[in-house]
Design a protein around this ligand. Sequence first.
Ligand code: KG4
Ligand code: ZN
Length: 346
Amino acid sequence: MNILGIETSCDETSAAVLQNGRVTSNIISSQLVHKTYGGVVPELASREHERLIVSVVDAAVNEANIQKNDLDIIAATAGPGLIGAVMAGLCFAQGLAYSLRKPLVPVNHIEAHIFSGFIQDDPRHKAPKERFISLTVSGGHTILCAVNTDLTYTIIGRTIDDAAGEAFDKTGKMLGLDYPAGPAIDRLAAEGNPEFHEFPRALTSRSRTSKNYRDNFDFSFSGLKTSVLNYIKKHEPAFIEQHMHDIAASIQDAITSVLVEKTLAAAMKFNLNAISVTGGVSANSGLREKMEDACSRQGIRLFIPKAAYSTDNAAMIATLADLKLSRGLVTPNNYDVAPFASFRYC
Ligand code: KG4
Ligand code: ZN
């Protein structure tokens, strides 16, 4: 079975081909047009998807060494995301499916991230056989949930303000780093001292203000943002410049230690022995290292996708469509393809 996945929820135009459960192409075109604005401009993102989608899909089909007529299913992100961006990909997918007379499967972008830790050679064989805890950390979402073997899940925590990726991007912007700042903070932090300054870790054991953190699996990063802003204002630009690596390492440590503490606490509370960490921020080397350490100490199996499947990609869209189709959870051509902006299907 050949599935074409299409992903356009934010600023990555991506198309991938999955052949009998195996990813044979995964083309990702990252839009550079937003760099000068310090964040994604929704209108520009939609226009860029329109401009790029044909060539990206062609490249994915060519790399998989098939013809469009060989496709059996078209799967596309239906949300959540920037609504114009989602529509650019979804409408293209509908048109393609219609012209090829092939079924279209709409895919929830966050659900696709949740299962992206299992994209390996053959995801259907690697699909989770046990309940697990999933942490999805991206530019727009920070969601902790318990995932059941039938692919249903219960959200047990989420951010009450900024997403983890947003915390990286916004504090990085304050330090003069280009958007998205997450990867740059990661690089700087590699040579910095994470204990240089203690930025706040809201709703955790190390928070100075939250008392009832134990059964609280929500996240909050807005205080961290304010704290970094105040810290920058309080010091001379030359000091900030001189300690860039240490400040980046301290910010990264504040964000990642909260993510690790809460995810591990959730696994303990629900007595689960597997954790998956997905979404753009799962590419962060500090987070990977801390999660690996914590999980190996507790004897928990950890699933983190490789970098190409961490950030937005169409392989995860095709993979989730495949998983759901193989388990009879989607009926081809019998669904609502309305695009949606927020994570409401859960
Ligand atoms: O999943 P994703 O590609 O798009 C969304 O659905 O939002 O995630 C993008 C986010 C951005 O905030 C970016 O700064 C962050 O992932 N990110 C990172 C790293 N790579 C990407 N954050 C920290 N360290 C990284 N290495
Ligand atoms: Zn995403």
